[in-house]
Design a protein around this ligand. Structure first.
Ligand SMILES: NC(=O)c1ccc[n+]([C@@H]2O[C@H](COP(=O)([O-])OP(=O)(O)OC[C@H]3O[C@@H](n4cnc5c(N)ncnc54)[C@H](O)[C@@H]3O)[C@@H](O)[C@H]2O)c1
Length: 354
């Protein structure tokens, strides 16, 4: 009876990973879930089919930078845990407009910590002991790796983009609220996610949608940047496990041991689309073009997730090959989900050149 009788706040629950967490909690646990989301361009209530009819689900349109609004929600729902996924998350957007990243990722996390602390201090000693604040972060806080080595939980922070710098700042705040005020916090740092309901601006959905349309497939730089890919549902399960069994004050790296160059990812998508949706354009690999690189583009990320595997028994269920095949199939079968995003004006134009 996982999380029976518990109320969990999920901030950013209408986004890509947050919606996977909400779907997982509603499907596989007994938790009562309150989704707190400002509904920015990246949010999509259509990523939560059936949630509105679920008695264990509530939605609150709320910005995490608004302390009074958050306080009202803490008083209304009396949560037992907070999972913080609300964020501005796209590196290219952070290059063109870092202000929103500073606001949501840093000021928002600070405000959420303050209101969580206020609530936590009203709880009985027993409830205070059980309470958890899980902050969801990224491996990008560690910067860029050379040809070998992995990010571990003790790797020094060295963020290179406004996005990763804002996430690094928020991680430090979470740690400080634990050390200074004893708020029971945990942090996870995860590698690149992909899967269903991924907003079309990110590499994998962008390439699938362009590939389906027979349009040029723009690869940044030389295409040799390496990311360590994790299927989003594996991430959602890892987060739930850390919330349930993680040791307070610890950080956990989450990753699928699936290092691939961007070029390999795009070529795999081409081959899958050729199989699933053959078109007049012929082999889609011929659509690949190289475009100017992202400024400050980190070369390689690779996560050592052995602490999470060893201590909490988590393992990724999907390999890159199985996950990318499911993802390509999902985008082919769920065109109305992404077509609605394009129809409401998302341009897919190149941004983030600095
Ligand atoms: N996408 C990845 O590959 C990845 C990898 C590791 C970690 N992360 C982290 O996971 C978290 C979720 O990432 P994602 O890819 O789902 O992001 P996303 O951009 O898809 O979704 C973010 C959600 O947060 C909401 N939001 C934004 N600002 C808000 C605010 N001020 N108040 C309340 N809600 C707000 C948005 O409306 C949206 O629903 C982020 O913290 C991100 O840093 C992402």
């Amino acid at each position: 009876m996982r999380f029976k009788g518990s109320t969990i706040f999920v901030t950013g629950g209408a986004g890509f990973i947050g919606s996977a967490v909400v779907r997982h909690l509603l499907r596989d646990t007994h938790a009562r879930v309150v989704n707190i989301d400002k509904l920015t361009y990246a949010a999509n209530p259509n990523s939560l089919p059936g949630a509105a009819q679920n008695l264990n689900y509530s939605f609150e349109k709320q910005c995490i930078c608004d302390g009074a609004g958050l306080r009202r929600l803490f008083e209304k729902y009396q949560p037992d845990a907070v999972m913080n996924l609300a964020a501005e998350s796209h590196v290219d957007r952070s290059i063109d407009g870092p202000g929103e990243f500073i606001q949501t990722n840093i000021v928002g996390t600070f405000t959420l910590l303050q209101e969580t602390l206020r609530h936590w201090r009203t709880l009985s000693p027993e409830k205070r002991e059980q309470f958890r604040f899980l902050h969801i972060s990224t491996d990008e806080v560690f910067g860029s790796l050379g040809d070998d080595g992995f990010f571990t939980e003790t790797t020094a922070y060295a963020p290179n983009s406004p996005y990763s710098a804002s996430k690094a700042s928020s991680d430090h705040l979470v740690r400080a609220w634990r050390e200074t005020y004893e708020l029971p916090t945990l942090v996870t740092n995860c590698s690149n996610n992909y899967g269903p309901y991924h907003f079309p601006e990110k590499l994998i959905p962008h390439m699938i949608i362009k590939g389906l349309a027979g349009e040029p497939l723009p690869v940044y730089g030389d295409g040799k940047n390496i990311r360590d890919w994790l299927y989003v549902e594996d991430h959602a399960k890892a987060l739930t496990l850390v919330l349930e069994r993680g040791v307070v004050g610890e950080t956990y790296n989450v990753g699928g041991r699936n290092e691939r160059t961007n070029m390999h990812v795009v070529e795999t998508i081409c081959d899958l689309l050729d199989e699933i949706a053959p078109g007049a354009q012929g082999a889609r690999r011929s659509l690949i073009t190289f475009v100017a690189d992202r400024p400050g583009h980190d070369r390689r990320y690779a996560i050592d997730a052995s602490k999470l595997e060893r201590e909490l028994g988590w393992n990724a269920q999907e390999t890159f090959e199985s996950g990318i095949a499911k993802t390509a199939r999902w985008f082919c079968d769920n065109r109305p989900w992404w077509q609605a995003i394009l129809d409401r004006g998302y341009q897919r134009a190149r941004i983030g050149l600095g």
